[in-house]
Design a protein around this ligand. Sequence first.
Ligand code: PMP
Length: 417
Amino acid sequence: MVKTEATLVAPSLDPGLLRPDFPALDQKIHGHPLVYLDNAATTQKPTAVLRALDRYYRRDCSNVHRGVHTLSQRSTASYESARGIVQRFLGSSSDREIVFVRGATEGINLVARSFLGPRLEPGDEVLVTAMEHHANIVPWQLVCKAAGARLRVLPMDDRGELRLEELGKVLTERTRLLAAVHVSNALGTVNPVEELVAAARQRGVPVLLDGAQAVPHKAVNVEALGCDFYVFSGHKAFGPTGIGVLWGRREHLETMEPYQGGGDMIVTVGFEGSTFREPPARFEAGTPNIAGAIGLGAALEYLEELGLPQIEAYEAELLSYATQRIGSLPGIRLIGTARRKAGVLSFVVEGVHPHDVGTILDQRGVAVRVGHHCAQPVMAHFGVPATVRASFAFYNTRFEVDALEQGLREVKEIFGP
Ligand code: PMP
């Protein structure tokens, strides 16, 4: 057998043993067992996360960083310990590099406003890739517009792989930042981010990586990646909604202006002016999402316990099974056939609108996402308005892929040949 990246680690993960950890998976939808294949939109939460939230609200509920009383000390300790878990999880050298934000979107906006905006001059350029989520396009457009700078795009081919040979043309002496998605939410492509970072670094261009779809599927080490900023969302990594992470190199964070003003981010405040705390506090104005951070810490510990290499190996096998089963159905066109993929199978069914496919599948208990997946430029590239997207997590099984396949056969029956 050819050894691939995934097969180097024995797939020792047994979803049958893990599924009871996820209460939401155990329910019927329209009389059928739920087959949850919308993990790229958000993931289900293990009881470890639910318990951490419950414990905070039942026992420790209090504001952080302000109180001398016991509850406040407890919640501060749990909140800051969650920061330490994120630091370890991302392989960062300091917890001062971990900023809690609402999600990947807010992390990118923070870097756009506080890091890039003040550095942009008319004629400067920001480089993104052709497969970005809107969250990694629009914030850059906003700051580019304000500064008279422009967005450039590294193209992709028809498999959904970046055309690295074009990098020399679009990475120029005017590039002030490269922002790239680690794993595409619409296509599943795992991008060669190490190569992108190396090319950008050679030119002294800082790099932000959008890890929203990478963190749930593979081990990420920001130091090994060599990037400057890395963002992800808690809710896509089995944690709560409303919490996410911006990791930024300390030397960058220290030079950045606050993103929002308010309590907790200041040293002194007077009507004539205010002074600000060191990062990360400088970027966490107001009462943070304390429960969210604690829940995220519990989610990342859960992932560490399962083992990211084991998760990656199991999912690679599941995705290859799904690709073969669904890809061989007549009238199915796969959108995104990159050689390195994670978690996502996007496709269109000939002659059937994706929304009809999604509705029929839901009637059979199969939850998939249909639409443009906040990646309209990707849809434009492939000449489709929308796709059906099945997205996997380590708790999904081959039986669930079979249920998807059966549902698609029924779609074809309803709509005819
Ligand atoms: N980037 C990617 C690749 C995503 O998949 C998503 C969510 N679909 C985001 C960014 C934005 O994440 P959030 O909405 O949680 O901020």
